[in-house]
Every structure is written in structure tokens, then in C-alpha cells.
Design a protein around this ligand. Sequence first.
Ligand code: COA
Length: 153
Amino acid sequence: MIVKIDEMTEGDIDEVLAIEEVSFIAPWSRGLFVKELENRFSHNLLAKRSGEGPPGIIGYIVFWDVADETHLLDLAVHPDCRRTGVASLLLEKMLAIAGKGGMRRVILELRRDNDKALSLYGSFCFKEIGLRKKYYSDGEDAIVMALELETGN
Ligand SMILES: CC(C)(COP(=O)(O)OP(=O)(O)OC[C@H]1O[C@@H](n2cnc3c(N)ncnc32)[C@H](O)[C@@H]1OP(=O)(O)O)[C@@H](O)C(=O)NCCC(=O)NCCS
């Protein structure tokens, strides 16, 4: 499978929502994605399948660069395409952008029971730095993870 990284546009939101809705207990709405596309701090990237097989969006990542910190807000991969390195590719792209922008660290929150994501971020050397009690609307706790970046300064 050949995977290309592209910028998300408003015309992509239907396909993105289809993945979002099968990926999360409390999926983001269309309005939230539209807001992100309008937010100047926000990066909204897609993973698109090209080459063999039906083309289309198979994953996406949303993150903010604020001051010297990147905040990962949303990341999901189509269930049929998981475990093929798509999320890793999106994370690598985010880290490249963060590095170019001189960011000092990346932070994210994830559900305490999200073992897949814990393992994914662990494979990128993110470390658990805290717990936000009842962070999600259904009362579940969030684990806070951070990755310190080498800024070269
Ligand atoms: C978590 C998620 C984004 C991973 O996407 P993915 O494209 O399958 O991840 P990758 O193929 O890049 O996996 C990279 C590494 O992450 C870890 N990992 C990913 N999925 C895993 C799973 N189901 N079980 C255990 N480890 C897993 C592994 O270390 C894996 O490396 P390996 O395949 O060489 O063992 C995907 O499962 C998903 O969309 N889940 C629902 C949404 C979600 O939870 N998003 C994260 C919110 S914080």
C-alpha cells in the first residue's frame, strides 16, 4: 500500500467523520473539524491510499503548535488499515513539522484504557507525565503523555 500525506480540506470531512465515528466513544462533530481548519494554530493532515486498491482517506491527525509546544488533539486510522504503520507515518510527519517549527515538546491526552494508543505513543518514546481525573465527558480519566524534542539549541 502506498500512503501519501496531504492537507485536510472541508471536502474531506465526510470521509474523516466516517473514520472518527467508528474510532471514538465520543467522536468529534463536523463543526469541530471545520473549526480546526479555520484555526491558524492547527495542522490537519490526512493519510491517503494511492497506488493499488481503492483510493481514499485512511487516517488523519490534528495537532496545534502553540508557543513552543505541539499538542496532539486527534489521531485515527480506518479499522481496515490499522497495524500497517499509518498512524506512525502521521506521527512522524507531526514530529517533522514540530521540529522545523522549533517546538520543545509534544503533549497529548488519551483514555486510560486505550492500550493500542498507549503502545503506539510508547513506541515513539512518549512518557506518561500525569493523570487528569474524569477528563472525558463519560467520566473516564486521561493519561497525559509528553515527548521532549531536541531543539538543537
Ligand atoms: C491507535 C491507532 C491510531 C493506531 O493506528 P495504527 O495505524 O494501527 O498504528 P501503527 O500501525 O502505526 O502502529 C505502530 C505501533 O503502535 C503499537 N500498536 C498499534 N496498534 C496496536 C494494537 N492494536 N495493539 C498493540 N499495539 C499496537 C505497536 O507498537 C505498533 O507497532 P507494531 O505494529 O510494529 O507492533 C488506531 O488503532 C486507531 O485509530 N484507534 C482508534 C482511535 C484512537 O484510539 N486514537 C488515538 C487517540 S489518543
